[in-house]
Design a protein around this ligand. Structure first.
Ligand code: ATP
Ligand code: MG
Length: 180
């Protein structure tokens, strides 16, 4: 099954992000209940591999920590594909990410290694926004890019299944891991 490891967000945060989404001039917004911070995307995995990963993730010992947003951004350069809320590079988050990567490795799950840029995806623009849309988006970013968003305490993370539907992905929590 298609799976990923992510930090889910408290209601106050998803509500604030949804207000931001409602002002977007274009794009396909991520459903409010789907907003999350991905730690690792696993792609399609066998259940036995996920069981091994579950065992490893249960062994992670990280103290709860606080996160805050540092503005809005886009991936894709001149042709934005994704608009996101940027999450500052908090050392505890980088540490958690590294431990999750270690757990994946020990579980024998191979993932693509891109630089970890912590973010919450707010909207998607398919294969890339057309020039007119890109210009409206740049305008939106300069008008709203520094709107304050609530910080939050990370108390845990989860292993999720992603079921793709034509109407958008649906996420299913497979297991939750509390920080302590
Ligand atoms: P859809 O693909 O239908 O737009 P989605 O992206 O929310 O929906 P998934 O593609 O299953 O659903 O992705 C689950 C999570 O993993 C999301 O946070 C997504 O951004 C992230 N993700 C997906 N593919 C990759 C990838 N190749 N590299 C890094 N992260 C990815
Ligand atoms: Mg996707």
């Amino acid at each position: 099954m298609r799976a990923f490891v992510a930090i889910d967000l408290p209601e106050a945060v998803t509500a604030a992000l949804a207000r931001m989404q409602s002002m977007l001039p274009a794009g396909r917004p991520v459903a409010e209940e789907n907003l999350h911070l991905t730690l690792a995307f696993l792609g399609d995995q066998e259940e036995t591999a996920l069981e091994a990963l579950h065992y490893e993730l249960e062994g992670i010992r990280v103290q709860p920590f606080a996160l805050r947003f540092s503005g809005l951004g886009a991936f894709g350069g001149d042709r934005p594909r994704i608009l996101f809320a940027d999450v500052g590079t908090e050392p505890a988050l980088i540490d958690l990410h590294r431990r999750v990567a270690g757990a994946l490795h020990r579980a024998g799950i191979v993932v693509q290694h891109a630089r970890f840029h912590p973010h919450v995806t707010l909207a998607r623009f398919g294969t890339g926004a057309a020039p007119k849309t890109a210009a409206r988006l740049r305008r939106f970013l300069s008008d709203h890019g520094d709107t304050a968003l609530p910080g939050f305490a990370v108390a845990g993370f989860g292993l999720f299944e992603s079921v793709l539907h034509p109407s958008g992905a649906r996420y299913e929590l497979l297991a939750r891991y509390a920080l302590r």
